[in-house]
Each structure stands twice: as C-alpha cells, then as structure tokens.
Design a protein around this ligand. Structure first.
Ligand code: PGA
Length: 250
C-alpha cells in the first residue's frame, strides 16, 4: 500500500502570533474530502509551536518543530530540545534542513543525533537530504543524497519514526525545480536504499519532495512515483497557497 501523503509547511524564521490566522484558515479549508486524501502539517518557529498546537487542536493539522538539540535538557543556551517540542504539542520535527547544514554547520552525524533524540521523544523525524547546484552539475547528486541518507537516518527507521525530504539545495527558494524525471530518479534511489537498510517496513516511509513547490507545479511534482508529499517553504505561509498545493491530492 502506498504511504498516505503528507504536505508539510516549513515557516522557517517567519511568522508571528498574527500569522496564526493563516493556520486557522488552513484548518477551515482542510475539509473532509481533503482530509480523506492527505495529511497536513505546519512547522512554525519555536516560539509559536505551543500556540500553533493550541490553534490547530481539533483540525487534524499536525504541528512540527524546525530542528531540535540532541540532548533533552541542559546548559545549551538558545537551543530547543525534542522533549520541549513534544511538550509544546509537536508531533514531528525537521532535522538536517539544508539551511541548518549550511549556516549552522550541521554534519550528517549531527543530523542523525537530532533525529535519534526526536524519535526517543516520540516525534517523527523529518530528515532532509539534497545536493547543491555544484554537486548536481558534477553528476554527484545521487551519490550525495545516498551518503546523506545513509549517515543522517538512524538505524531501524519505520514509517512512524522517520520521514525523508529530498530538497535539492538549488531549488529552495529559487523558483527552480528539478525535472520530474530527476525527482523520480532520486526518490527511487532513496526508497531502494531505505528498504535495503531498514527492511520491508521502510517501503511505508513517506518521501517528500521540497524546493519551490507552488500551486502551479504541485500536481506535476506530486504525481511522480515515490513522491508521497511535499515540504513547502515560502508557499506554506499563506493558507490559500498551502491548501492549493494540498489540493494536488484531491
Ligand atoms: P521553498 O522552501 O518552498 O521556499 O523553496 C522549501 C524548504 O526549504 O523546505
């Protein structure tokens, strides 16, 4: 059976209490017909996780964090733990987003430690992988994704504990997207690697595509084999755009 699709929104360092009205509008537009077809999730910045969880209560829109620290508590000024996210109502957390890998110098090992911490707290770890433009041009996209996947996803991954997001770095926030053939090639590789390492259960792990997903290209990208949903940045800030992307699964 194909995994149930998920459209997840990553608000990054955007949004305020006022932006929660967009979440309310998403809840309003997430009607029974859409709920039957696709799961929705919003990952707001940490200060909004608790309020967003409260606002989403009863809507079946899940709330996630954008990163977590490997430790559950301690002297780590400015950090947020998986336990805190879970306590605030999150059910998932993004780990290893390319912006974290780039600006916070997170390595594959750091990402795996964060994913493990998330899973230990009962959260689903949304593990991000993806090549840079230079890596794609050098013909190394598949090798890079395979390496990141192997080192960033913890042992024993299941559909409950892990989601993988393929996000080519050059497609994030640029309006550029890979061809559907390129997405299919990478997702097939991810699926194959997950199943060979984690066993048959890994066939149910959701594989999201991310990078400039918009209402106009959602149907094409979401129709690709082994694409079980999207991780959406910019277009997740407005309910109308986010719902239009989710509607690709209607
Ligand atoms: P974008 O971001 O949709 O704005 O390209 C995607 C992401 O970073 O998850």
């Amino acid at each position: 059976m194909a995994p149930r699709p998920l459209v997840a929104g990553n608000w990054k360092m955007n949004g305020s209490r006022a932006a929660l009205k967009e979440l309310a509008a998403m809840a309003e537009g997430y009607d029974a017909a859409l709920r039957a077809k696709v799961d929705l999730m919003i990952c707001p910045p940490a200060p909004l996780v608790f309020l967003a969880s409260a606002a989403a209560l009863g809507s079946r829109i899940a709330i996630g964090g954008q990163t977590c620290h490997p430790e559950s508590s301690g002297a780590f000024t400015g950090e947020v733990s998986a336990a805190m996210l879970a306590d605030a109502g999150a059910s998932a957390v993004i780990v290893g987003h390319s912006e974290r890998r780039q600006y916070n110098r997170e390595t594959d090992a750091d990402v795996a430690a964060r994913a493990k911490a998330a899973i230990a707290e009962g959260l689903t770890a949304i593990v991000c992988v993806g090549e840079t433009q230079a890596e794609r041009e050098a013909g190394k996209a598949l090798a890079v994704v395979a390496r990141q996947l192997g080192r960033s996803v913890p042992e024993g991954a299941t559909p409950q504990t892990v989601i993988v997001a393929y996000e080519p770095v050059w497609a994030i926030g640029t309006g550029l997207t890979p061809t559907t053939d390129d997405v299919a090639e990478v997702h097939a590789l991810i699926r194959k690697r997950l199943v060979s390492r984690h066993g048959r259960q890994a066939a149910g792990i959701r594989l999201l595509y991310g990078g400039s997903v918009k209402p106009a290209n959602a149907k094409d990208l979401m129709g690709v084999a082994d694409v079980d949903g999207a991780l959406v940045g910019g277009a997740s800030l407005k309910a109308a755009d986010f719902l239009a992307i989710a509607a690709a699964f209607r």
